[in-house]
Design a protein around this ligand. Sequence first.
Ligand code: PEP
Ligand code: MG
Length: 882
Amino acid sequence: EQYVYRFGGGTADAGRDKNLLGGKGANLAEMASIGLPVPPGFTISTAMCTRYYEEGEAFPDSLRTEVAEGIAHIEGITGKAFGDAGNPLLVSVRSGARVSMPGMMDTVLNLGLNDETVEGLATAAGDDRFAWDSYRRFIQMYADVVLELDHDAFEEALEIAKEDRGFTLDTELSADDLRGLVAEYKALVEKEWGKPFPQDVHDQLWGAVGAVFGSWQSERAKVYRRLNDIPASWGTAVNVQAMVFGNMGDTSATGVAFTRDPAKGDRAYYGEFLINAQGEDVVAGIRTPQYLTRAAREEAGAKPLSMEEAMPEVYGQLAKVFDTLENHYRDMQDIEFTVEQAKLWMLQTRSGKRTAKAALKIAVEMAEEGLITRDEAVCRVDAAALDQLLHPTLDPKATRDVIAKGLPASPGAASGKAVFDADTAEKRAAAGEAVILVRTETSPEDIHGMHAAKGILTARGGMTSHAAVVARGMGRPCVSGAGGLSISARDKVMRVGGREVREGDLLTLDGATGEVMAGEVATVQPELSGDFGTLMEWADAARRMKVRANAETPADCRTAREFGAEGVGLCRTEHMFFDAARITAVRQMILASDEAGRRVALDRLLPEQRADFAAIFEVMAGLPVTVRLLDPPLHEFLPHEEAEFAEVATAAGVEVEVLKRRAAELHEFNPMLGHRGCRLGVTYPEIYEMQARAIFEAAIDVAEKSGAAPIPEVMIPLVATRREVDLMKAVVDRAAKAVFAERGREVEYLVGTMIELPRAALKAGEIAESAQFFSFGTNDLTQTTLGVSRDDAARFLGAYVEQGVYSKDPFVSLDIEGVGELVEIAAERGRATRPDIKLGICGEHGGDPASIAFCERIGLDYVSASPYRVPIARLAAAQAAL
Ligand code: PEP
Ligand code: MG
């Protein structure tokens, strides 16, 4: 079996296959094969990573032979030799999983240097200082990422070396200074590691390869995989590649770039570079990078020349490469490059992470440019990420107490309490607090805290710093590189311009402007036109399923319609009963000792219910509105606290003792499985009768007033048997008949049922004889199928997901294998009885893209989601159909 794949010199052994070569390796191979300048190298495949773990973390002998051939390939192209003191080949070693994954061992540069080859490098480059600086960097990086020694000790030695000589910049250190530092570093390694720094270049290489594979199982990598649903079985590849040097003087440079603006999506090259530097200097935020283009520099009012101005010729080549890459990959690319003595080298390309706003703009513009089709554009935008655009931004008119300004690293607005470390962020967020994570800079160790935070603020780092890249990927607003801040994580305090922010103090970030404000700032609703509107139109043209909203107030209905809802899929009527103005009548109804008494109270509720429905029908004129009859157990409407009894009893006009007795009678051990749903209707049909009457009277009122009749779909909850539907349907039909006769006018309506119990799903064939539609209530169906209480699940579900019992929280994303099978069975059996039966879903899953894809697969007619998730559902439904 082949594990090593070579690239460079205009060809590659394999290309495109990210599963085999990892993302980085596949793209290097592909760039090499389309003629772009890529330093030669080879990739050890992900299959080797899997085998490495299967065989107890050991390499097979065949790999040694293959790696030797890979090195020979690089030597052949570069004319240098690995470990040769005369003309040494140096390589970089990088990890590369199928998807880019912070938290893993990233990069070792300058591998192949030792006490002898460093002299050879000095001669070959004609530059002593460069050679010793490279060796110094190599030992430091190798000690950090491969040997996992304390990184601070090395930084400290470097700082002391500079201080002793009165220098501030690394570049001021002479060759001799660096030679001395190398000796110190080697001593440090021996002290901390217990063995001398490896002088054999092959030992160095195998050490680094082992470290890459080892990092696949690091805690940080595991956390990231868990957060991003990446299976452990994928493994990582290792890329070994000839070094090119961005630190060989002023005609050398290194940089990172995007072919379009990853924050706003504008069609403009975007990036940062540093003259006379190596790659990690840009990302680490140690020196402040310079702009790529003149336009960006001028817009920022910055002085240091842009690459376009400082190196016009190489910049021209780079711009051509950007276009070649975009045309080839047909997507926005994120690129790393190095210029070695005026020669351009491409080190990496990948599809660039972008904000939802940029994703939208880039997808729409690429379709308009003809680079991709409209359907492809629809599939390019992560439906779940639309959430970022549908939420409020800071009100431009609100007063802002701006205390600092940094880079607008990831857009969106966030307010929350300042916290200074990732663990506290996670803890406080878990307790329901909104927090802003404040760090000098972030590293992969902070990922869980960044995920938990509403926003991220750093004092250091550019637009491509760890904080910025990760925040954009997660959709968290981020302000990075706010230079004026002095942050002490130990003392939990941030100081800026004479002011102090302590843990728990409120902060607001504007990720679009880079402003940091004290306190909380008012927000405004997002704009839904422009690119958003265009993409939604294309999505609507592509989707088959309808999208409705779960809404029970006219305001929610209006929001839902603005977001494109095509009806109401679930109007929960219990919220109307909880209304403060009518709860007394509801309680009188519950406290009544007989049907006559209940009817008196219900008569008082009828006009209120009618008005509720009329208001909703007006907003939803001409569209279907599914009204669910009362679902919760009646005791929910009675007081539970001793303190409330007297007051409630007086208001309802009964003795306290009567109220208490009734509350005790209604008490249930397990209300979720108790006297709720249609069980209320079966025992107290007059309640459903009143609701049905209110629905039909309201429908006729609205039809008479506006001419556009709503289409009520009356829905019976928590049904298990056909008989329940028969009984309740008779109540509803009777009410309809009575109202139509009284009013001398009819409206179209349907009576259907929720499918939220396994028995109902199994007996759907029979139930469909009576029910005209099914709406899958997957919240209850999940609860009853899994036997997991939706109210108590939080205590253990996290551990369940962590240990892979369920791959995602089954109340968020449908358990397709289990609950999904019941849904599928019910859909099939329902259709077998009634071929035109209308099928929809109204559980929380109706707004979850993966669940929506399942609904498309089994042919449901619509999904229903909360108003803010309606656009997500529209896009996800389109993607599922394509
Ligand atoms: C459901 O059970 O999925 C549902 C939509 O009803 P509720 O959440 O109100 O129980
Ligand atoms: Mg339910």
